[in-house]
Design a protein around this ligand. Structure first.
Ligand code: CA2
Length: 151
């Protein structure tokens, strides 16, 4: 049995399409493949995960609020909402649980409109550019933060 609260892994718009298009940017793994890999790595570290995806901004806000009591840490790939959402920024600030902004690609090396991250301005840290491995690095960081915080 894993100890402590789970790590929430929250995914935003269009990430349900992973593995179907643009493999040169996002890789060939599906979101289900990433979920499985995250669950395995978390289990090795004695943690459970809660893994979700939504195309709806408000649903992501609701899940961040839920994480306030229920999660040890949150891994958030907010997709395109990363660059636009004051609501996600405010929710991250409100919950007091460490949030790790995570991306498959490296938005800083892409179009200019991806260079601003409203999520990153509220998050504890950012991991980006390593494909599906970004999520595994984020699991490591989340487990470490959770342990440090006695969660
Ligand atoms: O690199 C990332 O993880 C992103 O969060 C992905 C978002 C993008 O808007 C961010 O700037 C960076 C887009 C996810 C869309 O995923 C698709 C996957 C397959 C086919 C089409 C879109």
């Amino acid at each position: 049995m894993p100890d402590g609260k789970p790590i929430y892994v929250l995914n935003g718009p269009n990430l349900n399409l992973l593995g179907t298009r643009e493999p040169e940017i996002y890789g060939r793994a599906t979101l289900a493949d990433i979920e499985k890999a995250c669950a395995e790595r978390a289990q090795q570290l004695g943690r459970a995960i809660v893994f979700r995806q939504s195309n709806v901004e408000g649903e992501l806000v609701n899940w961040l609020q839920e994480a306030r009591d229920k999660a040890a840490a949150v891994i958030l790939n907010a997709g395109a909402y990363t660059h636009t959402s004051v609501a996600l920024h405010d929710a991250i600030k409100a919950i007091g649980v460490p949030v790790i902004e995570t991306h498959l690609s490296n938005p800083a090396a892409r179009e200019e409109f991806r260079h601003v991250s409203l999520v990153g301005q509220a998050a504890r840290g950012v991991i980006a550019g390593f494909g599906a491995t970004s999520y595994l690095l984020a699991i490591e960081a989340a487990a470490l933060l959770a342990q440090q915080q006695g969660q």
